[in-house]
Design a protein. Structure first.
Length: 138
């Protein structure tokens, strides 16, 4: 079994959107993961945020395409945020009052802590500020 990595919105957007400033880095890193047999984890909140960002940036058709591709892929463990995760996320949200964190990021931190995931595939340095290792330095 490979290492556990949490995939964030910024990584999904960079992988999907060829115009994204991190697209090349994201695809190079992502396709290199296959040989490492990494376990890729994400959450329904991250997928929600990703669909919304793609919809705003690239339109409805692109958002539908991403969503269909995600659900067909079967390579991600998609965890559903429950009430316990939301409560723990709120503790992160309160703790990092000096940072402009989204609540979605806080749910990711809470989920990562619960699942003992220390590494994140992201282009969002808030994960490092919260004590997680970003696996694709940018």
């Amino acid at each position: 079994m490979g290492i556990k990595i949490f995939v964030d919105t910024s990584a999904f957007v960079a992988l999907f959107d060829k115009k994204d400033q991190y697209h090349q880095k994201a695809t190079t890193y992502f396709f290199g993961l296959g040989s490492n047999l990494a376990q890729l984890h994400t959450s329904n909140y991250v997928i929600d945020e990703t669909i919304t960002r793609i919809r705003i940036q690239d339109g409805h058709k692109a958002a539908v395409e991403f969503t269909e591709h995600f659900f067909r892929s079967k390579i991600f463990y998609n965890h559903y945020v429950n009430e316990d995760i939301e409560r723990n996320a709120f503790e992160f949200f309160k703790k990092y009052a000096d940072k402009e964190l989204s609540f979605t990021d806080c749910t990711s931190f809470a989920l990562m802590k619960q699942l003992r995931i220390t590494k994140a595939f992201t282009f969002d340095d808030d994960f490092a500020k919260a004590g997680f290792e970003i696996v694709n330095p940018f």
